[in-house]
Design a binder for this molecule. Structure first.
Ligand SMILES: [Zn+2]
Ligand SMILES: [Zn+2]
Length: 460
């Protein structure tokens, strides 16, 4: 049997691994590349991997793990795609959104034809509809056999709703190997989701390393900073708080944090506006899965359902509702996307609030180089929004400690669960520094560890 590393090697996007076991070949993940050269890489990615897989197994719904599935369908793949039920539901929202972005980009390039021949979108809504019909849900802890010699089990990875650690028992010529893929592992104590499940046995381990070289700020400190920022604006200055947040995961984390702080009498009652149709859809899906929550989140679910007492929660769907929120001058907490302020409704709220010293913008997530979010975090004095120069007079807060990925101590603690060192551990899903640091830390414990290169192929 053979394993090939096709993506998320030396980087965090484009997650994809090819397994060949006797007559069966399958992908673990089929993620989209993001960042530099992504446009070209996503077009050629699947061509390089030869013939079609028989099926795909998916760890979670994030686009850098799932985003090339409709492309695979567009190229003729009709096999099953296995994922947890919550992942399947999230994909119903996320893949159409991704197709929409692809179609918009193609239209944009069509308009400025000077750049050579225009390519069709990477995939369309029609491709997504077929792709979604190929999803086959399986619950955590319930083993299933996608093919003879392949047994798969999902375990809770505690990263986002429905995220999974994937255990594969692969049998060829009477020999069985247990392969464990960590997926994206959550930081223990993270809001809403449970802590990652411990796994005890593996012959081969694929371990993520996004923050393999970091230690996160502790969560108590994060709550303190959050309470300070909101009180400063809502009680003292009487402005608005604008929170740019990813629709999937982060928006729901923030809602839970606000509710918790309110119950601890550390925040006043307030009006919270969630202004992102995708965030609204994902929050609804989250509410439908109370069985996946950690104990804190059960209170959140009740609040979302009954909507009485404490902070008042408003979801805006339509553009008109969004524009009405943008007219509010004080006392509002506005959570909107995109998380790095590159597009979406958040830009309108920044345009209305950035110029007012009584307001604040609270960043809770990583801001990539070159994004508007990063420029604000770096302290620029003015920005361009809707063709106009907007001075930055609002306070800018950057709050760490909310990462959905385990840091190095948490990754090492998770590996403590194994009763013996796996025969081989491959460090994946990390930039070179993170991957090398995590590999070094495991080597110190005497584990055989390697960082694969892109395209690398090994016999298991
Ligand atoms: Zn992820
Ligand atoms: Zn990831």
């Amino acid at each position: 049997m053979r394993l090939s590393f096709l993506g998320a090697v030396g980087e965090v996007t484009g997650s994809r691994y090819l397994f060949e076991v006797a007559e069966t070949r399958f992908f673990l993940e089929c993620g989209m590349f993001q960042g530099r050269d992504a446009h070209t890489r996503n077009r050629v990615a699947l061509k390089k991997s030869g013939e079609m897989p028989d099926f795909v197994i998916l760890s979670h719904a994030h686009i850098d793990h799932s985003g090339l599935l409709p492309r695979l369908t567009a190229e003729g793949f009709r096999g099953p795609i296995y994922a947890t039920p919550a992942t399947c539901e999230l994909l119903q929202v996320m893949l159409p959104d991704s197709a929409h972005l692809q179609e918009r980009e193609a239209e944009y390039l069509e308009k400025r034809k000077d750049h050579g021949p225009v390519l069709p979108p990477l995939y369309t809504q029609a491709d997504v509809r077929v792709c979604l019909s190929q999803l086959v849900p399986h619950e955590y802890g319930q083993a299933f056999d996608p093919a003879p010699g392949v047994r798969c089990t999902f375990h809770d990875a505690g990263h986002i709703l429905g995220s999974a650690i994937v255990t594969l028992q692969l049998t060829e010529a009477g020999q069985t190997k247990t392969v464990v893929f960590s997926g994206d592992l959550g930081q223990p104590g993270h809001p809403v989701v449970r802590d990652p499940e411990r796994i005890t046995e593996a012959d081969v381990l694929l371990l993520e390393s996004t923050y393999g070289d970091r230690t996160h700020k502790n969560f108590v400190q994060t709550l303190d900073e959050f309470a300070f920022a909101l009180n400063d604006v809502l009680r003292s200055r009487r402005g608005n708080v604008v929170i740019p947040a990813f629709a999937v995961g982060r928006t729901q984390d923030i809602l839970q944090i606000i509710l918790r702080l309110y119950h601890e009498h550390r925040l006043p009652a307030m009006d919270i506006y969630v202004d992102s149709p995708m965030a609204n859809a994902v929050t609804r899906i989250t509410m439908n899965h109370p069985e996946l929550y950690d104990c804190d989140a059960t209170g959140l679910a009740r609040w979302l359902r009954e909507g009485q007492g404490g902070p008042r929660l408003h979801f805006s769907e339509t553009v008109e509702a969004s524009m009405a929120v943008a007219q509010i001058r004080s006392g509002a907490v506005i959570i909107s996307a995109s998380g790095m302020c590159e597009g979406g409704r958040i830009r309108r709220h920044l345009a209305e609030n950035l110029g007012r010293p009584e307001c604040a913008v609270v960043f809770t997530g990583f801001q990539a180089m070159g994004t508007l979010g990063r420029r604000l975090v770096d302290g620029v004095r003015s920005v361009r929004l809707f063709g106009e120069t907007c001075p930055v007079r609002a306070r800018i807060f950057t709050i760490g400690g909310l990462s959905a990925h385990a840091d190095q101590p948490a990754l090492l603690k998770w590996t403590d669960g194994f009763t013996r060192a796996p025969t081989n551990t491959w460090i994946v899903h990390g930039e070179p520094l993170g991957a090398q640091a995590l590999a070094a830390a495991l080597q110190l414990r005497g584990w055989p560890v390697a960082v694969p290169s892109a395209g690398h192929s090994v016999v298991l």
